[in-house]
Design a protein around this ligand. Structure first.
Ligand code: ADP
Ligand code: MG
Length: 234
């Protein structure tokens, strides 16, 4: 699914630069559910953004689904992003003047899907996340957990091969977080490949593999033992 070798990334600060990723090697296979952990500022989001083609590495290689991701035009990058990737963020990133259905339908609009089919598909995914009855509600009329489900439905609508999540439970209380993770585990059980950033141990232990970043390198990469894996049941 994805193969990263010797990836480096620095950010310029004034005359010097901040070396954030110092040779990352990571490969993820189809069907995995991986947590990327590390303290604040360790480069988790930087890595996820490079994987999500929202940012580019300075050196190293990144191959996604057999395609080398390097020097792509904006257009090509957008095409691959739409085709391969779904994103979930801590802050949901929904459009506040569009209702749940319209938010979920938006990526389909960008894919050129016709209106009626857009609406049907968006409704299908809203049903999947358990929000069929809330389709005409605006984000401000929904709870945090519901909004994150809308965001997941939006990410799923384009049927991505890989779901990327940056602290998806960061803005939710414990109960709502576990509920959401149960749903994400279900998606993974259905075969969706998932890569999520978190700094919460319990959330990471709901994944199947934990990758720990420190000082710009991966200091640990281990499978979560079956008997220590937290399974949430809805
Ligand atoms: P994490 O997600 O693990 O908290 P980040 O990847 O967001 O860490 O950031 C890693 C480091 O890079 C931090 O020190 C952060 O301040 C810095 N950084 C992140 N993005 C930028 C940017 N666009 N410009 C300059 N520095 C940045
Ligand atoms: Mg971050």
């Amino acid at each position: 699914m994805l193969e990263i070798k010797e990836l480096h990334k620095s950010y310029p600060i004034g005359d010097s630069s901040l070396h954030v990723l110092k040779g990352i090697n990571l490969s993820v296979k189809e069907g995995e559910m991986v947590a990327i952990m590390g303290s604040s500022g360790s480069g988790k989001s930087t890595l996820l953004n490079i994987i999500g083609m929202l940012d580019e590495a300075d050196s190293g290689s990144y191959v996604l689904d057999g395609i080398p991701i390097k020097n792509l035009t904006e257009k090509k990058a957008a095409l691959y992003r739409n085709r391969f990737l779904g994103f979930i963020f801590q802050s949901f990133n929904l459009i506040n003047y569009k209702n749940a259905l319209e938010n979920v339908a938006l990526p389909l609009y960008y894919q050129g899907v016709k209106r009626k089919e857009r609406q049907e598909q968006a409704m299908f995914y809203l049903e999947k996340v358990g929000l069929a009855d809330w389709s005409h509600h605006l984000p401000k009329e929904l709870s945090g957990g519901q909004n994150q489900r809308v965001a997941i439905a939006r990410a799923l609508a384009a049927n991505p091969k890989l779901l990327l999540a940056d602290e998806p439970t960061g803005a939710l209380d414990t109960h709502t977080s576990y509920d959401l993770m149960a749903f994400i585990q279900e998606l993974n059980d259905e075969g969706k490949t998932i890569l999520m950033v978190t700094h919460e141990e319990d959330i990471a232990n709901m994944c199947k593999r934990i990758v720990r970043l420190r000082d710009g390198i991966i200091m640990e990469d281990k499978l979560v033992e079956l008997d220590s894996r937290i399974t949430c049941l809805i």
